[in-house]
Design a protein around this ligand. Structure first.
Ligand code: GRF
Length: 202
């Protein structure tokens, strides 16, 4: 399957996906990385792996509609099967999602539906949570709301700060996202009736 990864930052999840895709027999390849930030550290990491990169800065366009239209037109040329949002810090619209419905994944560093949105680690600590984790889900219009494909949990340790917890969660993100991409690429999970449905084992 042809995969495009969207990033806004360091791109460590993109790297974990690219490394998994480089393994023999992995059912997907990263054909492009798209960033909304020219300064995203992940761009150089993608280029070092020989992956094409594109930057679409929001401020270069009159509005959200024009920005998304430019990205959609690049995607039409790239023709991906799957889009992976990996630290892409923009909410994408229903019109953008529609042509790729059920084919867009996102990773969020909390056990959704708990703590969607920003500052998720601090909010988990403030709530006194004893476990934290990450979620890969299908992307729908609501932020961090789509059907859950996979989750992984880690302990919250006393004296954790948002940073120490984020680091522990990130290490499991790097395992979970490639696993979820493999499931979708092999058709072992699909979005149906607002749920993530696992294919019957045969
Ligand atoms: C990750 O924690 C991801 O789940 C979140 O933003 C962070 C991005 O990290 N939404 P990176 O750019 O993949 O290193």
């Amino acid at each position: 399957k042809r995969v495009v990864v969207f990033i806004s930052g360091g791109g460590s999840n993109m790297v974990s996906l690219a490394d998994a895709c480089a393994e023999p027999g992995f059912p997907a390849e990263i054909v492009a990385v798209i960033s909304d930030k020219p300064t995203a550290g992940g761009l150089a990491k993608a280029e070092a792996r020989g992956i094409r990169t594109f930057v679409f800065e929001r401020k270069a366009y009159a509005g959200k509609v024009e920005h998304e239209a430019a990205i959609l037109s690049a995607l039409a040329d790239i023709n991906p099967d799957i889009i992976c949002l990996a630290g892409y810090m923009r909410l994408i619209s229903g019109d953008f999602i529609r042509p790729y419905e059920g084919r867009i994944l996102n990773i969020h560093p909390s056990l959704l539906p708990l703590f969607p949105g920003l500052h998720t680690h601090q909010r988990a600590i403030d709530a006194g949570m004893k476990i934290a984790g990450c979620t890969v889900h299908f992307v729908t219009e609501g932020m961090d709301e789509g059907p859950i494909v996979a989750q992984a949990a880690v302990p919250v340790i006393s004296n954790d700060t948002a940073d120490t917890l984020a680091g522990r969660v990130l290490t499991v993100e790097h395992k979970l996202y490639p696993m979820a991409l493999k499931l979708l690429s092999e058709g072992k999970v699909r979005m149906e009736g607002g749920r993530a449905v696992s294919a019957q084992a045969t």
